[in-house]
Design a protein around this ligand. Sequence first.
Ligand code: ANZ
Ligand code: ZN
Length: 861
Amino acid sequence: GERYNPRESEPKWQKIWDERQSFVTANDDPREPYYVLEMFPYPSGRIHMGHVRNYAMGDVVARYHRAKGKNVLHPMGWDAFGLPAENAAIERKTHPGTWTYSNIEAMKKQLKSMGLSIDWTREIATCSPDYYRHQQAMFIDMLEAGLVTRKSSKVNWDPVDMTVLANEQVIDGKGWRSGAPVEQRELTQWFFKISNFAEDLLEALDGLTEWPEKVRTMQRNWIGRSEGLRLLFELVPSENTETASIEVFTTRPDTIFGASFVGLSPDHPLTTELAEANSALAAFVAECHSHGTATETLEKAEKQGFNTGLRVKHPVIEGETLPVYVANFILMDYGTGAIFGCPAHDQRDLDLARKYGLSVKPVVLPAGEDPASFVVGTEAYTDAGTIFNSGFLDGLSIDEAKRQIADYFAVRAVDNRSQGKVEVNYRLRDWGISRQRYWGCPIPVIHCEVCGTIPVPKKDLPVVLPEDVSFDKPGNALDHHPTWKHVNCPQCGAPARRETDTMDTFVDSSWYFARFTAPQAETPTIPGVANRWLPVDQYIGGVEHAILHLLYSRFFTRAMKATGHVGMDEPFKGLFTQGMVTHETYKGEDGAWVPPTDVVLESTGDARTARHISTGAPIQIGSVEKMSKSKKNVVDPDEIVGSYGADTARWFMLSDSPPERDVQWTEAGVEGASRFQQRVWRLVHDVVALGEGSGDSADALAVRRATHRAADGVARDIEGLRFNRAVAQIYELTNALAKARDAGAADISSAMREGVRTLIQLISPMMPHLAETCWQVLGETGLVADAPWPEVDPALLVDDEVTMPIQINGKRRAEIAVAKGMVPAEVEGRVMALDAVQKALEGRTPKKIVVVPDRIVNIVV
Ligand code: ANZ
Ligand code: ZN
């Protein structure tokens, strides 16, 4: 018969959903709210398969909860500020906004072709003044609430692009775009005081039970709580400084007997003081600054030290002194910017000690080692053990030694202060949000020589980006603009200067989920509305955002609470991180990557070979990798949607692997999905042809059981985000229905009708277009998108059932499927109600009915 044609039906349904505003959500709808959100895309120009996977999953969740009677919020927007738009502007001589908005238009069209159940009336773009004006208002609120500061800090500076780089943009010590070696620069920058919330952000992770454990662990590590001791080392008096002591931060005071040096950061005030009179030290510090600040860079860099010549008294070994080094691996903005080094038990310290010939004295003995012969070679021993070589700490465990040594120093004084003080430190730094960039949200402050730095009055918001900008010079186009920054001070009227830094684009994405709840409001949020929708019930996105984006959003939600914009601490109740989309890679004879569209695959026996589609030249099949432009192993969603339809692409994305794992895109897989679509189509037509009819035969019951079991299982699997298992259950039901159809069993037409009707409902979250078309074929009124989720009859879910043959006068006439262990009286009742039995009895009344439980029914007439 006729084949299902997705190219015809998909645009048709998309138009109908649009016209009927099927997915527009009202804030005052009385039904239970459910908010599902996928991480919004960056408008790079085209959607990729990763988007397709992400949005297909979100759409299943949205459509399912709609069917379950909830008021579902499922919005979409654009993370539209950022560097690529400026780069495009430079390359193509267009305005970043022109480039961005034309990308948005193209991608919106692509997303619409996927048939997503999105409320497009709530669409937002973070580059629109309608959005960023509220971000500026909240910046001012946060400034007033003491959650924003301006301070000088070290940044990664790209000397060619003339911009600050985030640590992630520094690759092997070089700028990710320019490739120029990154330098350190001291810049005055704006910061959000995320560290105020360090403890809360850490502790609240325990309550995020619907987050993947691995994401919570990553956040914990990023926040990096450590309990330690601030410890004073008394300086041996020297003519080079007046300073009397050095304060270090240590998490291992138990190793104090193994200390062999004190280390200072190149940016430590004492280093700076000494460098003034010591040009060799000054040169060393300058050398340290010529590398980036990324922790990774620091960790990879060779450990370097500079002996200052100063010495400190060993705090526990009478009469001993230790040298003071400046070392390149010590950060100024952690702890106190100074350490004591115990080379035997810290790798960085050991590297330094080996290089400069400092002593390496082990003080922690691993279990089973002989104290007389235990030595540390090139690898520091950082595990558990018993303290030795350590006077009064000998024999203690590490933890017990930590306690005792803390007590010991607490009551001692150096420099008129307690020598040791227990302290908790967090690795989490304040969030530097200043970017010297045009295409971002302007920071709404004005610098006045008289009044200082003052916020732009809220009535003057938004501070809008100027349209007439030029990117002829490297650096910040806002700063180069001839007039934009020159304003009068709103306080005293004197000529003043606008801040030309714009906000890190992570700020834009830290509250968009809240804006979606009232995207046209005159205030950032309408708190009553936001509180109804938030936290997001289910957030779905890539694991690459597991740290920064999620942490910033968690911080921002707390800041919005503190400034009265929302009422909760946490933005995302449920979090799901999906795996990547991968594809085989192909290489031509010249070693160049070949795109899958140019490859013809062949298999002979077990061997798979490939050749070029036009030249026929042999092609080497490489490993399976994440789809990426650089390896050319990408498949364009537009082409897939164009040839197979959106439903097929969605179905394949959901079916092939557990959603948290990578999924490998294959031609065979897509074709399988496409064939399944046609199978469903045929099945629906065949069942419609069966006509209406009643039937309660065992066959009918088996069909009904399969149907209800699938409806129940698919619901559970969607709720648990096990989409591939939901798909497997749908396959099972389809097989069961097809088998029943092929067996041509009598009297199953009504069960079959219920079966396919349910089947269509179950597939509708995944293949919504096919589902609508089939729904129509089935003669149902309205849209399947508006139909409630099928009711499940719990009686039909009973798992262990038995099929009992029914004999009449010793001859097998029928059979019945019943729950195992059903009592004879009940079995008898059901048997007598069977059409087949009544027919065989021809109006006679049985003399005797014998039920052998779970085995057989004998009727004697
Ligand atoms: C002595 C010691 C002995 C240390 C030992 C470690 C092992 P976490 O746990 O990450 O907080 N440290 C302190 N401040 C530092 C800074 N500003 N830059 C670089 N390193 C710094 O790390 C704390 C440990 O890192 C501290 O404990 C200190 O070295 C070092 F066997 O003190 B330890
Ligand atoms: Zn002023």
